[in-house]
Design a protein. Structure first.
Length: 290
């Protein structure tokens, strides 16, 4: 089996443990469950299939049954804690503890850098800004950011971006992007961190309402949709983002860093009727709902 710190899903770890024991012996789900203190012979099998959940209280017993001790047992319990945390705050805490535990034992956790990148708006802004300010000191970059940050924050962010291989620094001290665009990796904790970033950017979007119209674009529609229409709009939005990124990466130069937000979210419960509303745009020309 792989080292436990290479896992992010406790169900997958239990299944791999069972498969390995089964391959080498007459091990059974019944024996496994008995060793872990469960009365149901198939409980752990159902856990692996996603039909049952392992509680935090029983995680230690299962870890003992698998022969885990020390940091390995702690890591397994943290995987369970992360999977069943009731809030984003609790999930973040479990993920960060898991990463810290892995780092302490010299193991890289998939998604660690990605998680850290999406935690703060400073990473994406400075990644765009620094390469287009050759020779600039951290203080100069800090003054170019909106909102303003400190030179120390810029230095810390640049160090992280270089370490994460999102920027590279040449012999003259100038920064260059390793890739023109970044796509979110399919790691379970990354969308969690991305939600934090979206909250931060959403707050900045509200603040931007004070900017003159010549410096911002902001409008919205209230739509009555079917599930089919919703899925089509999601697909259209993904295509739109691809076209926007293609336009943005055509030029090697940057004059200013912008943030583009697009939101589509429900503002009512699901209705049982077949009625449909035409769009109502929040600008000077409003349409009615029929």
């Amino acid at each position: 089996m792989k080292e436990i710190v290479e896992y992010t899903d406790y169900r997958k770890y239990i299944q791999d443990y069972y498969d390995e024991r089964k391959r080498c012996s007459a091990f059974s789900w019944q024996e496994f469950a008995r060793n872990a203190g469960f009365s149901s012979a198939v409980f752990l099998k159902y856990v692996c299939e996603g039909k049952k959940n392992l509680s935090i209280g029983s995680a230690g017993s299962v870890a003992n049954a698998m022969g885990l001790a020390g940091y390995e047992q702690a890591y397994f319990v943290l995987m369970v804690s992360y999977a069943h945390a009731k809030s984003d705050k609790a999930k973040r805490a479990a993920f960060e503890e898991r990463c810290a535990l892995a780092k302490a034992h010299k193991v890289h956790v998939l998604g660690d850098e990605e998680f850290d990148y999406f935690k703060s708006w400073k990473n994406s802004v400075i990644r765009e800004l620094a390469p287009h300010m050759p020779g600039a000191k951290p203080l100069e970059i800090a003054k170019a950011c909106k909102p303003k940050i400190t030179a120390a924050e810029v230095s810390e962010t640049l160090d992280f971006l270089v370490k994460a291989k999102l920027l590279k620094k040449d012999r003259n001290g100038n920064y260059h992007q390793t890739d023109k665009a970044i796509k979110m990796a399919p790691v379970e904790a990354v969308p969690l961190a991305a939600r934090d970033l979206q909250r931060q950017m959403g707050e900045f979007a509200i603040q931007s309402l004070n900017l003159p119209l010549s410096e911002r674009v902001m409008s919205g529609y209230t739509l009555g949709l079917t599930s089919r229409a919703f899925e089509r709009i999601k697909k259209e939005t993904e295509d739109y983002y691809r076209r926007v990124v293609a336009i943005a990466t055509e030029d090697d130069e940057t004059e200013q860093v912008y943030r583009l937000n697009v939101q589509l979210f429900p503002m009512s419960e699901r209705l049982g009727t077949g009625k449909k509303c035409v769009s109502s745009k929040e600008d000077k020309n409003e349409k009615g709902c029929v």
